[in-house]
Design a protein around this ligand. Structure first.
Ligand code: DGY
Length: 320
């Protein structure tokens, strides 16, 4: 039996599969584990199953010890893990691609609708019992029909978001590092653009790229200045891809029309400037938050960890 440390609460199915084969120590509280408790908990672990809220770096790997074989993140994004530090110590890293594609695309499209149709703003009026009545020019938004959705990072989630947007009559443009498969281009009638072209021509710009030093503040002052004044920014990827202070300025000054954010630069903190803005829709990192998706994520993470501990070919390996 190997020692498996699970750093936060995960759905029962994945946890049970780990427990059936190994000696599992799992953090059971709803509160996130503190760094001190985490460093103590991982000592002697052969495998760590981590949540995106836990930083897995050299210090933690050293605290775990040289017997550590794997870190299995219960997330598709793995910017919380120092992958080169793992590679240097021979520790394999895995993630959970595929299973949260549709749930996250649902949230992206929800944010697009909420931001362009001012739904958060409208709901706040009702809840605050402010006076209102139907009016020809009351709380008008932007229609999606014929508008361009620019997808930054046309991977699985970007494609799933584009499919939904296409059903709303949007035109799809995208940027990505490698060529997109022909059948996807045909299905979506998707047009490749450089990042600059995409920023300048999109009515809605939706971020779906991974976070890395290369994408840190990919959207900042210069980029907002080049967007259409009527355009919206949507982020369901990772907060630090957007320079939040610059976004607040752009939203306040009318450089862009609005934003829909599921992720934040310093989660769970949110830039105070965003809280004051009616043209920002803010939701608490709910991209994968369905019962089914979270169960599937825990199940895949368990499969990944169990395969590595069994010495099999590990599925869903990531590299730096
Ligand atoms: C992920 O898996 O990276 C998501 O952000 C979790 O919601």
């Amino acid at each position: 039996m190997a020692k498996v440390v699970v750093t936060g609460k995960i759905p029962a199915g994945g946890l049970a599969r780990l427990k059936a084969e190994h000696d599992v120590t799992a953090w059971e509280s709803d509160d996130a584990i503190s760094r001190t408790e985490l460093l103590a908990m991982v000592a002697g672990a052969d495998a760590i199953v981590s949540l995106l809220t836990e930083k897995i770096d050299g210090e933690l790997l050293d605290a775990a010890g040289p017997q550590l074989k794997s870190v299995s993140n219960v997330a598709v994004g793995y910017n919380n893990i120092d992958v080169p530090a793992c590679e240097n110590r021979g520790v394999l890293v895995t993630n959970t691609p595929g299973v949260l594609t549709e749930a996250t695309a649902d949230i992206a499209i929800s944010l697009i609708l909420m931001a362009t149709r001012r739904l958060g703003e409208g709901e706040r009026v009702i809840r605050a019992q402010e006076p209102w009545q139907w009016g020809m020019f009351y709380m008008l938004g932007m229609g999606l029909q014929g508008r361009q959705l620019g997808i930054v990072g046309m991977g699985q989630i970007g494609i799933a978001t584009a499919r939904r947007a296409k059903a709303f009559g949007m035109n799809i443009a995208y940027t990505r590092r490698t060529p997109l498969e022909d059948h996807v281009i045909e299905e979506l009638d998707a047009k490749f653009m450089t990042m600059d072209e995409l920023i300048e021509s999109s009515d809605v710009l939706s971020l779906h790229c991974p976070y890395s030093p290369a994408t840190h503040h990919l959207m900042s002052e210069n980029q907002f200045a080049r967007m259409k004044k009527t355009a919206f920014l949507i982020n369901t990827a990772r907060g630090p891809i957007v320079d939040e202070a610059a976004l607040v300025t752009a939203l306040k000054s009318g450089e862009i029309a609005g934003a829909g954010l599921d992720v934040f630069e310093n989660e769970p903190a949110v830039h105070p400037g965003l809280l004051e803005l009616d043209n920002a829709v803010l939701i608490p990192h709910l991209g994968s938050a369905t019962v089914e998706t979270r169960a599937a994520m825990a199940d895949i993470a368990a499969t990944n960890a169990l395969a590595i501990l069994a010495g099999s070919q590990a599925p869903n390996l990531v590299t730096s």
